[in-house]
Design a protein around this ligand. Structure first.
Ligand code: HEM
Length: 294
C-alpha cells in the first residue's frame, strides 16, 4: 500500500538522533555537491562564502567574557544578521538550509562549521579535524556588533580584535591566508575584486603576491583599497597590507610565502582553534573527513 513512503520515513533521522562519523561524512559530501552547483556564481564556487560564514560565526568570540563564537549560530537572527560585517552571508546560510532540513538532528552551528571545513578541504586546503557538539541558541545570545575586524583599519586594530579571541601575531597572519580564496563584493563590504588569480584553490599566493607585486591605491569611488600595478585585477584591503607594513606580521608573511607546507600546517591549526572557540564540547574525539576528490 503505502510501503514506500513509510519505509522512507523509518530512515529519516529525527531531531534527537546523535550523529555518527558516517552521518557527518554524508553531510560533508552533500555540502561538497553544492559548492559548484551554480557555475554563474562568482568564480564558480560557493566555497569561499561558506568559509566566510564559518569564520564570522566563530570570530565574535571574546576570551574574557567567554561570549560569542560558533556555538549558537546566532547570525540567523537580527541584530547579528544585520551587522555590517555580515553583509552578503545570507547567501551562505540559504545554501545550507536544505541540508539542515534533510538532517534536522544537526545543529545549525555544527552545520556552518562543517560547511567551512568542507569548503577548505574541497578547495585543496588542509584537512581540518571536526568536533561536533555546538548547540543552537536564540536571538538573545546574538554577539554584539564590532567584534569582527574592520578592513579599513591598522595593525593595532587587528591585534585588538584577534588577541580578544586568544590569537597571537603568527596566527593572525596564518588565518589571513584565507584571502587566497574568494573576492570582495561592492554590494556586501563595498570593496571589490579577488586577492589572487585562483580564488577557488587554497595556496600561499596571497603572501607571495603581497611581497612580490607592486601595489598602488585604486582610483575609484569605493572605499580605499590597493590594486596590483601590473594587471589592476587583484586587490588588497588596508588590513591585508598591514601584514607587510608591520615588522612582526611581515616575518610570518615571508615564512608562508617561502614554504606552502608551513602555511598549510599553521593555517590548519589556527582554523581548528578558531572553529572551536567557546564551544562547550562533551566529546573529545575529532573526525577527519575524506575529500570527495580523494
Ligand atoms: C584579518 C582581518 C580580516 C578582515 C578585515 C577581513 C575582511 C574581509 C572583507 C572586507 C571581505 C569581503 C566581503 C565581501 O565583500 O563579500 C572578506 C572576504 C573573505 N574573507 Fe575576510 N577578513 C579578515 C579575515 C579573514 C579570516 C580570518 C578568514 C578565514 C579564516 C577570512 C575569510 C574570507 C573569505 C574566504 C572571503 C571571501 C568571501 C567570498 O568570496 O564571498 N577572512 N574578508
Amino acid at each position: 500500500m503505502h510501503s514506500g513512503a513509510s519505509a522512507d520515513k523509518i530512515h529519516i533521522k529525527g531531531p534527537d538522533h546523535k550523529g555518527t562519523f558516517e552521518d557527518y561524512q554524508q553531510i560533508y559530501n552533500e555540502i561538497a555537491e553544492l559548492l559548484e552547483s551554480n557555475s554563474d556564481y562568482d568564480d564558480g564556487s560557493y566555497g569561499p562564502i561558506l568559509l566566510r560564514l564559518a569564520w564570522h560565526a566563530s570570530g565574535t568570540y571574546d576570551i574574557e567574557t567567554k561570549t560569542g563564537g560558533s556555538n549558537g549560530a546566532t547570525m540567523r537572527f537580527a541584530p547579528e544578521s544585520d551587522h555590517g560585517a555580515n553583509a552578503g552571508l545570507k547567501t551562505a546560510r540559504d545554501l545550507l538550509e536544505p541540508v539542515k532540513q534533510k538532517h534536522p538532528w544537526i545543529s545549525y552551528s555544527d552545520l556552518w562549521i562543517l560547511g567551512g571545513i568542507c569548503a577548505i578541504q574541497e578547495m585543496l586546503g588542509p584537512i581540518i579535524p571536526f568536533r561536533p557538539g555546538r548547540s543552537d541558541r536564540d536571538a538573545s545570545a546574538c554577539a554584539p556588533d564590532e567584534r569582527l575586524p574592520n578592513a579599513s583599519k591598522g595593525a593595532r586594530h587587528l591585534r585588538d580584535i584577534f588577541y580578544r579571541m586568544g590569537f597571537d601575531d603568527r596566527e593572525i597572519v596564518a588565518l589571513s591566508g584565507a584571502h587566497a580564496l574568494g573576492r570582495c563584493h561592492t554590494d556586501s563590504s563595498g570593496y571589490s575584486g579577488p586577492w589572487t588569480f585562483s580564488p577557488t584553490v587554497l595556496t600561499n599566493d596571497y603572501y607571495k603576491l603581497l611581497l612580490d607585486e607592486k601595489w598602488q591605491w585604486k582610483k575609484w569611488n569605493g572605499p580605499a583599497e590597493y590594486e596590483d600595478k601590473k594587471t589592476k585585477s587583484l586587490m588588497m584591503l588596508p588590513t591585508d597590507f598591514e601584514l607587510i607594513k608591520d615588522k612582526e606580521f611581515r616575518k610570518h608573511v615571508e615564512r608562508y610565502a617561502k614554504d606552502e607546507s608551513v602555511f598549510m600546517n599553521e593555517f590548519r591549526d589556527a582554523v581548528l582553534k578558531l572553529f572551536e572557540l567557546g564551544v562547550p564540547f562533551k566529546q573529545e574525539e575529532r573526525y577527519t573527513f575524506k575529500r570527495t576528490t580523494d
